[in-house]
Write a protein that binds this ligand. Sequence first.
Ligand code: ADP
Length: 896
Amino acid sequence: MDVTGLSGLQPGERASSCPQEGMPGPSDSLDLVQECLQQFTVTRTQLQQIQASLLCSMEQALKGQDGPAPSVRMLPTYVGSTPHGTEQGDFLVLELGATGASLRVLWVTLTGTQEHRVEPRSQEFEIPQEVMLGPGQQLFDFAARCLSEFLDAHPVKNQDLKLGFNFSFPCHQTGLDKSTLISWTKGFRCSDVEGQDVVQLLRDAIQRQGTYNIDVLAIVNDTVGTMMGCELGAGPCEVGLIVDTGTNACYMEEARHVAALDEDRGRTCVSVEWGSFCDEQALGPALTTFDRALDLESLSPGAQRFEKMIGGLYLGELVRLVLVHLAQHGLLFGGYTSPALLSPGSILLEHVAELEDPTTGTARAHTILQDLGLSPQASDAQLVQRVCAAVCARAAQLCAAALAAVLSRLQHGREQRALRVVVATGGRVLERQPRFQRTLKETVALLAPECDVSFIPSVDGGGRGVAMVTAVAARLAAHRHILEETLAPLQLTLEQLAVVQAQMREAMVRGLRGEASSLRMLPTYVRSTPDGTERGDFLALDLGGTNFRVLLVRVAEGSVQIINQVYSIPECVAQGSGQQGILLNWTKGFKASGCEGQDVVHLLREAIRRRQAMELNVVAIVNDTVGTMMSCGYDDPRCEMGLIVGTGTNACYMEELQNVASVPGDSGLMCINMEWGAFGDHGSLGTLSTCFDARVDQASINPGKQRFEKMISGMYLGEIVRHILLHLTSLGVLFRGRESRCLQTRGIFKTKFLSEIESDSLALRQVRAILEDLGLTLTSDDALMVLEVCQVVSRRAAQLCGAGVAAVVEKIRENRGLQELTVSVGVDGTLYKLHPHFSRLVSATVQKLAPHCTVTFLQSEDGSGKGAALVTAVACRLTPMAVSEGISKSGGLSLA
Ligand code: ADP
């Protein structure tokens, strides 16, 4: 059967204007007509098969699996909730692809209330065929020109225009304003757009146009616009259905079922993109020879097979193909065709709608057919109407099967047997063809009997819904702006870091000279790093922030063996003057002696007593930085710097003795304990310090002190984050502006949360779980912002630390007059070791700021206890007469 109707003829040829030979008799013709129209009948079983197959395809696509048949796409749209009805503001809406070959611009005002509605202003622009099929840039330039024309014609007061882009083609969306076109449909085929971010293309075109300042905030397809713009009333509307040029639906899916999203709560709108459904097994029996012919002559053969049976772009064409077939078989128009009838695209959706209308149909049919150059008989008009009815009825039934699949999906997803659903409908086929609507509803009732479905037509062709989504996007964009403004002062440039480095260097020099400086640059009397020949048994006492350890360290050839006894420090001792007090100032630590936990304090006293006894003979007080350097130095002789980033932060390094004013002698080296946590206490960090640093400082036990440490170390990072979160909450940017008691609690946000939240392997949903444990209720947008805050705070800490290290290694290099220095840094501290990015960022910063130094970072493995023993060992090596027998007399006390 020749269904293209062309049978070797060029349109306009007159060959078929003569009656065909061998015309069928009346009863034959009845059979032939019957047979032809019969092809468009779909049985209930077939519809059920299509429904089941589509449901299966949907569920596979949700899981991110490719089914055997070309699948529906199930694209996340980044619309997370149906409208509250409180959205307000003025929005421009640009519609492309929603209404065939035209482009629409709307000005929508949302009033924030149900009662008061402002009619939108709109203007439609016909898109020339050559633009629809030309270069992409031309299409977007055309769109930008239409926007300008609209705004010229409808002047608005607003300076900043917010635009929602209704772009109704299959897109891979990665955000509310980021969307890549997968493939053109509905008769569009512009080059260089597929695979591109269409929001960016529009922004570029608006910029090229240059007349108005328009911010493209959101991209939405027509189904989402329809769903979101639905008047509230019969309950929330959770399905959007469009039958216009093409057909598609969207619905609210449980977010946890959408594999493409990293989200486990709430619902999210998914665009089904059912136009591309084509399971040959399920759909095959419903496909007619006319469908196959239409597919072949289309712009995209093989694609969008389902849409080509339903969408308005194709219904007229299907009707035309059937009419040509019937005419060529002598069953219509006396066997005559016309050049117009033989031309693809000559019967439009509008014609079908008019022809199908039973009241005006027959009369209009005559006019329409005459316009096509045909001379219809009375019986022809009736038959043409029957053809239209058959093609449309099938389209409505197939659409119903697809909608029933969506309803089944809703039931599955929500684990509900019976379901009440509101479906927002849009598109010219649904609006203008009452019979299509009726058939659709009847068939849905048949296929999804457990669902109570109300159909509500969309307002403003979905424009209002697009404005709703844009309103949400505008809010998010405003929040992002505030977030960026808030975090900007914490984001340091390389220049700023170089200034820190230079200031650190200057403070080092002044400190070494004994001049006023925030760096105390304390000599430690450690004159050498280990050389590997150290031997013996040593006792080390290690007082960290949290534990007090007694170690027996046996240094033998090639090995350092440690026997360890750990005492934890009771909280009341630590709190007596604050952990910080114990850490920083030994003497302050002793103020805690009035507390409970006498045994530990007693031990410390004992230790001190022993220290005093031995100090003159053997260098015994070792701070943890020195211990770390020494312990790493035992394995790597290039280790000449020690660094701690734990509860607090500090560093030490090997300085030329001649530079150390407070110690006589001008040859050899001396390890200097920088006490760098105090850097900046004389104001040099002033310009870098933010209001959040000031708040953390003010609330600390030592306001004004340890300013560098307060930007870097574990005791403070969580607090800085907490203050930023409080600030963002107070501006309504986080946690819906609800200020929780929990977040106001000092210390509630631990620095270890930064590590957990920033861990690459953790999904956003787990980030949220961590925060929910703290009693914070947050959306995924909130979780993303908290993550960003953490990243900025820990990055600044690592970079400042790196600037400090750069200052030190550069000084060592210059001290020795070297072009290039290769040096190692021994590092300890839980923040440095456990944070997922800290160490990498320190190293990267040092590389940038000290390009002539090759710096290797070594993590000390057994803490400063081993180092304390090694300090003692080295001291013993250097001054053998000081060595006494037995462990009780060779001891090191390590103080953090
Ligand atoms: P200290 O410095 O007290 O001797 P640590 O080096 O173990 O001991 O540092 C402890 C500090 O490290 C804690 O106060 C906390 O701020 C921080 N911290 C603990 N766990 C983590 C983690 N997972 N990530 C980052 N910082 C952490």
